[in-house]
Design a protein around this ligand. Structure first.
Ligand code: FPP
Length: 262
């Protein structure tokens, strides 16, 4: 299939999706995905959890391309939380190896689509192979001017806010910042997402109704979309469905009618 244009990529929707309802002028600037359900997807098919993660990578590739075709500015995705280290060591090792392998394999896609990669989280603490590949990917895509792909790896929202507090305290201690000048913008500038717009739409797959320590500061005004679909089954049409749902909502930002938020 020729996926090179919006029209070809989104040709032949299923009967449940009416593409004419999609307002292409109101695509969320930042879409964020909590990619949940790889393990359950695999188990339900009698496969290993590793097979689930591999299938999840295929979905991520499709969602990256879909977001580029839709004109999304930032796609972020929760790949590995600070809590995920407590999984069995074999699964952690497999995930770390898969991250490195996938990243190298997907570099041509990132080049072709002009995608700039950033990482949210402490990638210094990752195993050498994964950290080196990620650093190489950062370097290789640094000058890309298209969509930003923000991968949350070894990420935790509370850890991120704690780190920001520490960085700000260090500036105060060094005498380069007056406590009176600590505004919300200053805090935002010390988060991993500094310089990126806040997510407008957060998609969580596999039906769980929780945030799981994800982008706690940044999702203050985000719209949530939860689907029962497991992440490996989530595709371009699931994404369009989420955006259609987003476009139907009245975003009030604490006001009375659709007012413009931060
Ligand atoms: C959640 O499923 C998914 C993950 C922990 C990993 C997701 C990562 C990817 C899809 C690839 C990311 C790629 C790069 C290059 C960073 P789960 O294991 O929690 O599923 P379960 O809740 O059904 O057990």
């Amino acid at each position: 299939m020729d996926d090179s244009t919006f029209e070809t990529f989104f040709a032949n929707p299923p009967s449940t999706i009416d593409m004419s309802l999609l307002d292409r002028a109101r695509i969320p600037h930042h879409i964020s995905c909590i990619m949940d359900g790889n393990g359950r997807w695999a188990t339900s098919r009698g496969l290993s959890r590793g097979e689930g993660h591999k299938a999840g990578i295929v979905s991520l590739r499709e969602i990256i391309t879909a977001c580029v075709r839709l004109g999304v500015d930032v796609l972020s995705a929760y790949a590995f939380s600070t809590e995920n280290w407590s999984r069995p060591q074999a699964e952690v090792n497999l995930l770390m190896h898969l991250f490195a392998k996938t990243f190298i394999e997907e570099l041509p896609l990132l080049h072709r689509e002009n995608v700039r990669v950033v990482f949210l989280g402490d990638i210094e603490a990752l195993p050498d192979e994964t950290r080196r590949v990620f650093e190489y990917g950062l370097e290789q895509t640094r000058d890309h001017t298209g969509m930003v792909l923000a991968l949350a790896v070894n990420y935790g929202g509370r850890a991120e806010i704690t780190r920001a507090a520490r960085l700000i305290a260090q500036r105060v201690q060094a005498g380069t910042l007056d406590p009176e000048d600590i505004t919300q913008d200053v805090v935002a500038d010390h988060l991993y997402t500094a310089g990126l717009p806040d997510p407008e739409l957060v998609i969580r797959t596999s039906g769980e109704l929780r945030l799981s320590n994800y982008l706690l500061w940044q999702v203050a005004y985000a719209e949530f979309y939860v689907t029962d679909t497991y992440w490996p089954d989530f595709d371009r049409w699931g994404l369009v469905d989420a955006i259609l749902s987003f476009q139907h909502r009245d975003r009030r930002f604490g006001g009375l009618s659709a007012a413009k938020g931060r």
